[in-house]
Design a protein around this ligand. Structure first.
Ligand code: 13P
Length: 340
């Protein structure tokens, strides 16, 4: 049955809530597990995600979870499909539908996201399994030469076509253009590149007749490269980010849910919080859609061992709560010590 996209968006943008991105591809989660000596098998991935999704009270702070295709078809130990576990927590399941990136021919350092072939047929399969929204990630690396104008255009067109296919099947698209924090670039350079990318993405969405009211944007924050000597304070990140987004993201877009991108947990919370304290009227809901900044401590606490399950769930619950406070401008770094 097709769901109403307005209802899906209302659920996803509930006040004080954000998204948990648990859609790491098999290769990505393998890297994260390996760093913690957790064996990566279909069953350990299933058990890990079941641990996350059965966290008591997770639905107080998390409105939606983005799943990898494998997870959409997996079951909890008690036999319930994992999407059903989320639904019973009051959480909307979604699905990552891109197929990752390839190097863009003739543009060294640039990438193109794949996955448009057969997308409409895959979306039709995912919907009966519970997916009410989808995600497609385009990725841009900042160097002196990249991202090229060609990489920006091609990725913007792919995002727009993906979003249109989703809307045609009443699945809410999350449009994710990520400008990576790898490198030593300044926050000014990140602001410039992010503005170029967002302007191209919204132009492409317009050309493809994507209904802005029926999509969510999942961008990176405007921050300095992780190897840049000057790391901006949260108030500076909020200023640069909001200036850039007010220039490029139409008010018709219901929600901007930032990714964490490799920021430390505390920085991801503090930066989101600062956007709510910048004294600016925000035309969109502003929240989070974090993977690493929600999962790093829970994963390291779990370590693949059932005995650590409750402690890992508590770590997730606390981190989700801190980000919920940040979404309301009520986070303070002093709360970190209390939470620990
Ligand atoms: P991070 O929050 O770890 O950046 O992940 C978000 C995400 O979904 C990347 O595609």
């Amino acid at each position: 049955m097709a769901h109403d996209m307005n209802e899906t968006i209302a659920a996803l943008t509930a006040p004080g809530k954000g998204l948990l991105a648990a859609d790491e591809s098999t290769g990505t989660i393998e890297k994260r597990f390996k760093a913690l000596d957790i064996p990566c098998t279909e069953d350990t991935r299933r058990r890990y995600r079941e641990m996350l999704f059965t966290t008591h009270g997770l639905g107080e702070f998390i409105s939606g979870v983005i799943l990898f295709e494998e997870t959409l078809r997996q079951k909890a130990d008690d036999g319930r499909p994992l999407p059903q576990v989320l639904i019973e927590q009051g959480i909307v399941p979604g699905i990552k539908v891109d197929k990752g990136t390839v190097a863009l021919a003739h543009f060294p350092g640039d990438k193109l996201t794949q996955g448009l072939d057969g997308l409409a047929a895959r979306l039709a399969e995912y919907q009966p399994l519970g997916a009410r929204f989808a995600k497609w990630r385009a990725v841009f690396t900042i160097t002196d030469e990249t991202p090229s104008a060609q990489a920006i255009e091609l990725n913007a067109d792919a995002l727009a076509l993906y979003a249109a296919y989703c809307q045609q099947q009443s699945i809410v698209p999350i449009v994710e253009p990520e400008v990576l924090m790898d490198g030593d670039h300044t926050i000014e350079r990140c602001a410039y590149v992010t503005q170029e990318v967002l302007a191209a993405v919204f132009h492409a969405l317009h050309r493809q007749r994507v209904v802005l009211e029926h999509m969510l944007l999942k961008p990176s924050m405007v921050i300095a490269g992780k190897d840049c000597a000057h790391q901006a304070a949260p108030s500076e990140v909020a200023d640069y980010t909001l200036r850039c987004f007010r220039r490029t993201v139409p008010a018709a877009v219901p929600s901007i849910n930032f990714l964490s991108g490799g920021q430390r947990d505390e920085a991801a919370s503090a930066n989101l919080n600062a956007m709510h304290g910048a004294g600016l009227a925000l035309p969109w809901n502003v929240s989070f859609s974090y993977s690493r900044a929600l999962q790093s401590l829970p994963m390291a606490t779990w370590k693949g061992n059932a005995a650590n399950r409750s402690a890992a769930q508590l770590a997730l619950y606390r981190r989700a709560r801190l980000n919920s406070l940040a979404q309301q401008g009520r986070y303070a770094s002093a709360l970190e010590a209390q939470a620990a």
